[in-house]
Ligand binder design. Structure first.
Ligand SMILES: [Zn+2]
Length: 285
C-alpha cells in the first residue's frame, strides 16, 4: 500500500469531552515521511502522534511535549488509521480534540467526502514477530504474530463490566476494509452511577447523551438505543485501533486483550519497542 495524505484541508469544530472547551481543528495535507502530528496553533507547538509522547491515559489518550498537551486524540487517530492515512498535520487551537458524536464516524465521513491523496512511496508497516504482553492488576493485552490464515490487524477483546453491563467479547478479523462499517460508528460510553465521580475529577465536562452512550441498570439511556448490538465492544476496538496507531505504523498481527483501555495499550506499545526483535518494519507491494 502506498502512503496516503488528504486532498485538501478539512475543518471540524466542537466541544472536548473532558475539558468542555470549544476547539477548532483543521486536518491538512502533509508530505511523505512527515507522519501524523498535531500543531497547537495557539501555543506554536508541534507534537508528533507517537506512543512516546503520551503523557496520560486516564479516561482518554493525551499527548504532550514541554508541558503542552493535546487531549483525547484516540478517536481521530482511529479514523486516520481506518482510512490508511499516514501523513497528516492536525492543526488544533485549544486543548482537546472535539468529541463530535462520540465515535469516529464524522471524521471518517468528512475525510472520505473530501478525498485521500495517494502518494508515491509505499507505507512502512510494522509486523509483529514475537509475542509481547502487558498486564496490570485488572487486565492485560498482548500483541502476537498472525497465524498463517490471518492478514492485517486482528483484534480479540473480552470485557468484564463488573455487573454494570452484560459481559461480551468481540473478534474483528483483518480490520482492513472492515473499519468503516463495523467500527467507526461505535460511540464512547459511560456508566450513569460514575458520572458524579468523573465530574468531581474535572472530567466529562463536555459529555452528554449526544456524544456518549450512558448505561444505567445495564441498559442505554439514549432514546434511540444503540447503533450496533455490541456497540460498547466495538467502541473498545475503535479505541484500540487509535491507540495502536501511535506506534507510528499500521500493525500487522493479533491484539488480544481483557479489560483493555488506553493505559494498557500504551504500555503494550512501550513493551513492543523495548526490543527490535519483537517486530519487523517493511513494505507490502
Ligand atoms: Zn473512545
Amino acid at each position: 500500500m502506498r502512503n496516503f495524505s488528504i486532498q485538501k484541508p478539512i475543518s471540524f469544530s466542537g466541544v472536548g469531552l473532558h475539558s468542555g472547551v470549544n476547539t477548532n481543528i483543521i486536518l491538512k495535507p502533509a508530505e511523505e515521511n512527515t507522519g501524523i502530528f498535531f500543531n497547537r496553533t495557539d501555543l506554536g507547538k508541534i507534537i508528533p502522534a507517537r506512543w512516546d509522547h503520551v503523557v496520560s491515559t486516564k479516561f482518554s489518550t493525551n499527548l504532550g511535549l514541554d508541558d503542552i498537551e493535546v487531549k483525547t486524540v484516540e478517536h481521530l487517530l482511529s479514523a486516520l488509521a481506518g482510512l490508511h492515512i499516514n501523513n497528516c498535520e492536525i492543526s488544533i487551537d485549544n486543548l482537546e480534540v472535539p468529541i463530535l458524536d462520540g465515535s469516529s464516524k464524522i471524521f471518517v465521513d468528512e475525510i472520505s467526502k473530501s478525498g485521500l491523496k495517494e502518494q508515491i512511496n509505499y507505507q512502512n508497516i510494522l509486523e509483529i514477530k514475537k509475542p509481547v504482553r502487558f498486564e496490570c492488576d485488572y487486565g492485560f493485552a498482548e500483541l502476537l504474530p498472525n497465524e498463517s490464515v490471518n492478514e492485517g490487524l486482528n483484534i480479540y477483546l473480552q470485557s468484564n463490566f463488573d455487573g454494570k453491563y452484560e459481559d461480551q467479547d468481540i473478534t474483528i478479523q483483518n480490520l482492513n476494509g472492515n473499519y468503516i462499517d463495523s467500527i467507526s460508528k461505535a460511540r464512547t460510553f459511560g456508566f450513569y452511577h460514575e458520572i458524579e465521580y468523573l465530574k468531581s475529577q474535572n472530567l466529562i465536562k463536555g459529555g452528554s447523551l449526544d456524544n456518549a452512550i450512558v448505561i444505567k441498570d445495564c441498559k442505554p439511556l439514549n432514546k434511540d438505543g444503540l447503533r450496533y448490538e455490541n456497540e460498547l465492544m466495538r467502541h473498545k476496538v475503535l479505541d484500540v485501533v487509535g491507540d495502536l496507531y501511535l506506534a507510528g505504523y499500521p500493525i500487522i498481527g493479533q491484539y488480544k486483550g481483557f479489560k483493555t483501555g488506553h493505559f494498557i495499550t500504551n504500555n503494550l506499545l512501550k513493551e513492543l519497542f523495548k526490543s527490535e526483535d519483537n517486530y519487523l518494519i517493511h513494505q507490502i507491494h
